[in-house]
Design a protein around this ligand. Structure first.
Ligand SMILES: [Zn+2]
Length: 462
């Protein structure tokens, strides 16, 4: 029985969807630059959650947005002097491409904010009709937080500290808790917006960031959704405001389970460009890492604990993934048996894996069960015993349907090629580069290529 930690109640709660399938919304990227490895931790986490819900028997209707109009995207497109659409589509494509590399399954719906402005306007009008929104002197429409009972319930905000009065408004998309006050739902056009505006019943302008997710989640998933996921940095103001907008408009609970993924640190510090500890997926690929190694690295810790990224840790993760891939090949070529001692070990391991995952997706405690199974099977193979190949592969595939790190499509490399790769590795260690090049060419001549990666040499069919 799956339990998830709900940020709203601050308790682990048994998960059960309202309908036959689970509705899930994940706040997507703001497409104004390439996602960095801190962002990817959240997106891999959404994917883990989605995969495990499906593993547990609930198909998932997942919707995710692209924030392709907000303060940051407009600023970026103007700085580069390109139209907003052209500017954002580039990052949107990069996001989808990187998602595939990280084995992130696509959501049922990707929704662009710019294509849902009418839905947002309707939502704001609904809030205005219910006395929860007003138009200010600046022409923008704001949410009146004093009129919404329950404002602050997700972020545990002290309402007594809310600022009031004519200056009690915030028009920018991002702000801190100390600035909590009426926030912009619809922003009147200003000089800085350039040609980005819509003419609507709310006047000429554009939507605020927060209202985008409320409108799009309602459109695709309904007024009450099962799961809403995001990084912890989104709890305030973004998710707090989403609750106010959605519940304010419908009078119904917006989200049943709020789940948030912790921050990623890099070399023990917050990632920043000035500290030279800022990485995109592309940066890591250039250093010879496979994207799936990053995915494994994320999964090695529980999603609610802070995780410290280092290149050494990623190297380790890459080796582990390669070992798992090698293990698949070894099992495939092992002598087959109907069953054996490993059958029980596999069942025990699967049970342990599921129990850990049921406990709020505790991957850190689930992974050791996988390695225990690998250890038992390996020792059987090394002892020249027959193993139930199909059972072992079934186990790996089940576990991997959640983890998404093992490559089952990899082809077997003949022993004579493996031997040449080893010889070449020795030559490299002895700095005999002439010989190492000669061996590389020989391998090439046999139709295989060697790649030198951070996890050691890898060989594949040319
Ligand atoms: Zn959002």
């Amino acid at each position: 029985m799956l339990k998830l930690y709900n940020s709203l109640t601050r308790e682990k709660e048994e998960f059960r969807p309202l309908g036959g399938e689970a509705t899930m919304y994940g706040c997507g990227p703001t497409v104004y630059n390439y996602a960095h490895i801190g962002n990817w931790r959240s997106f891999v986490f959404y994917d883990l959650l989605r995969r495990y819900l499906e593993y547990a028997g609930w198909p998932v209707n997942l919707a995710m947005n692209f924030t392709d109009v907000d303060d940051k995207t407009i600023r970026g497109s103007r700085a580069e002097g390109v139209p907003l659409k052209e500017f954002t589509r580039k990052y949107e494509e990069a996001f989808k491409k990187d998602s595939r590399k990280l084995n992130i399954l696509p959501p049922r719906v990707y929704a662009r904010a710019t294509e849902h402005v009418n839905d947002m306007v309707r939502l704001v009008v609904r809030l205005r009709d219910r006395g929860l929104a007003y138009r200010a002197e600046d022409g923008s429409t704001y949410f009146d937080v004093s009129e919404f009972k329950g404002y602050g319930k997700l972020s545990h905000l002290d309402l007594g500290e809310l600022r009031e009065g004519a200056s009690g408004r915030v028009s920018v998309d991002e702000y801190g808790k100390e600035e909590a006050r009426d926030f912009a739902l619809w922003k009147a056009w200003s000089e800085e917006d350039g040609d980005v505006y819509w003419d609507t019943v709310l006047g000429r302008g554009r939507p605020g960031w927060h209202v985008e997710c409320s409108a799009m989640s309602q459109k695709y998933l309904g007024e009450t959704i099962d799961v809403h996921a995001g990084g912890v940095d989104l709890i305030f103001p973004h998710h707090e405001n989403e609750i106010a907008q959605s519940e304010g408009a419908t009078g119904k609970p917006f989200v049943r389970y709020w789940v948030h993924c912790e921050h990623l640190l890099v070399d023990g510090r917050k990632m920043s460009k000035s500290l030279a500890n800022f990485y995109t997926l592309h940066d890591l690929e250039e250093k010879g890492f496979k994207p799936v190694a990053l995915r494994y690295f994320y999964l090695s810790a529980h999603y609610r604990s802070q995780l410290n990224f280092t290149l050494d840790a990623l190297t380790q993760a890459q080796r582990t993934v390669e070992k798992l891939n090698d293990f698949v090949l070894r099992v495939r070529s092992a002598p087959n048996a109907e069953n054996g001692v490993v059958t029980d070990a596999l069942q025990t391991a699967l049970k342990g894996f599921e129990n850990a995952m049921d406990d709020d997706l505790d991957t850190a405690n689930a992974l050791p069960y996988l390695f225990e199974a690998v250890r038992v099977v390996n020792s059987e193979i090394e002892g020249r015993a027959c193993v139930p190949v199909k059972d072992v592969l079934d186990f790996l595939m089940r576990v991997n349907s959640v983890l998404g790190v093992i490559d089952f499509a990899r082809e077997e490399i003949p022993a004579r090629i493996q031997k040449l790769v080893c010889e070449r590795e020795k030559a490299r260690e002895q700095k005999d580069f002439a010989k190492s090049d000669e061996l590389r060419n020989k391998i090439r001549g046999e139709g295989f290529v060697v790649e030198d990666s951070a996890g050691g040499p890898r060989v594949r069919k040319a």
